[in-house]
Design a protein around this ligand. Structure first.
Ligand code: SAH
Length: 347
């Protein structure tokens, strides 16, 4: 089988080149073309001798995802549907911010965590993504942008639970933040997790990355109802791992809290949340629930949302209300399904 160069570290590409009888720096050169200069084929690597390009084409492969569909929202959000080589689908969402773009990427096709509020959960897990499939989401979107440098932020908040696909995700992050790789600042890469504690403990040692925790409740009963993972790793266990998490200076952990009417939106829930996070460097993102067909839950009224936020602010937390973008194209939080519901639009 041909080697897939896209997910390799600098060292691995060097070793690979040496294995072919080439000088080590050729490996780094090829990696830089793929990740730094977004080359989709060896032919685009114009400073490599033609004979070398022919050898590379014979011995190696630059894998791609098939772009099946791109949808644009009224608010400028773009949702990409990609087809994997074995027929599964994933979605990637490009979100315009005031002065930059954020890309929300998937780590698995489907998800096994079964959170009650999330549409991805209803399809179950198809499979883990490989490192090249994770990185390729970014490369393809950048290639389609007028100014790829404006994509500065990456969030692992698309389909899947990143820590359930630990090795591939960590390797992707390493490629993302390495200077001769995709060269993102590690301050601008965020991994969001439902809280797989053993992997969380390992993550802090393996890479530097921003952490977001999908919390959604401040007591075990409510959290286990919303997120089955809480039965395995209840709040006490999760919070203890977070206290131990090695945070760089002044960095905070983001806690995501979906507000759901009559489930977790009362004043006493806000007070419980404030007490739970009191000794952590925490900022809180409140996300009014995005309802989806098949779920009987709804978001609270605007008044209740503001009241919930107010309690957190009074307790000295940074608490923002995150407005989900792209709801009109089902690209908002918890709405990714990776299924082809309508015929693909020609690109
Ligand atoms: N598995 C990871 C990443 C995917 S979920 C995790 O659990 O963090 C990404 C974000 O979407 C999470 O913060 C989750 O709480 C949010 N989300 C999921 N379903 C949602 C819904 N129906 N409405 C609003 N946010 C939702």
């Amino acid at each position: 089988m041909k080697a897939d160069l896209k997910g390799m570290s600098a060292r691995e590409t060097e070793n690979w080149a040496v294995g072919l009888g080439l000088e080590a720096y050729r490996g780094r050169q090829v990696r830089h073309w793929m990740l730094g200069r977004l080359a989709a084929s060896f032919d685009e690597m114009t400073n490599l001798p033609k004979s070398l390009r022919a050898l590379l084409t014979e011995k190696a492969n630059i894998s791609h995802l098939k772009q099946v569909k791109v949808q644009s929202s009224k608010d400028g959000t773009r949702k990409y549907l990609f087809k994997l080589h074995d027929g599964h689908f994933i979605e990637t969402v490009l979100i315009p911010e005031r002065d930059h773009f954020t890309l929300c990427i998937s780590s698995q096709a489907g998800c096994a965590m079964n959170c009650r509020f999330c549409l991805t959960a209803t399809q179950g897990l198809d499979r883990d993504l490989k490192t090249p499939e994770i990185i390729e989401q970014i490369i393809q979107v950048k290639r389609a942008m007028d100014d790829p440098d404006r994509l500065t932020n990456i969030v692992f908040m698309g389909m899947g639970e990143p820590l359930a696909n630990y090795d591939a995700v960590v390797k992707a992050i390493e490629n993302l933040v390495s200077e001769d790789g995709l060269n993102f600042s590690h301050r601008k890469v965020t991994l969001s997790t439902c809280g797989l504690v053993p992997q969380l403990r390992k993550l802090g040692k393996d890479v530097t990355v921003n952490l977001a925790i999908s919390l959604n409740a401040a007591d075990d009963e409510t959290r286990s109802f919303l997120m089955p993972v809480n039965r395995k790793y209840p709040l006490k266990t999760l919070l203890s791992a977070l206290r131990d998490f090695p945070l760089p200076n002044r960095r905070m952990i983001t806690f995501e809290y979906i507000l759901i009417k009559d489930v977790n939106d009362r004043d006493k829930d806000a007070l419980k949340l404030a007490a739970l996070l009191a000794d952590l460097r925490a900022k809180i993102n409140l996300i009014p629930l995005n309802p989806h067909p098949g779920s009987n839950m709804s978001p609270p009224s605007q008044k209740n949302i503001l009241q919930f936020q107010e309690i957190l602010l009074k307790n000295n937390f940074t608490a923002i209300i995150r407005k989900s973008k792209g709801a009109d194209i089902s690209a908002a939080c918890g709405q990714l399904s990776g299924e082809l519901k309508s015929p693909p639009t020609p690109l």
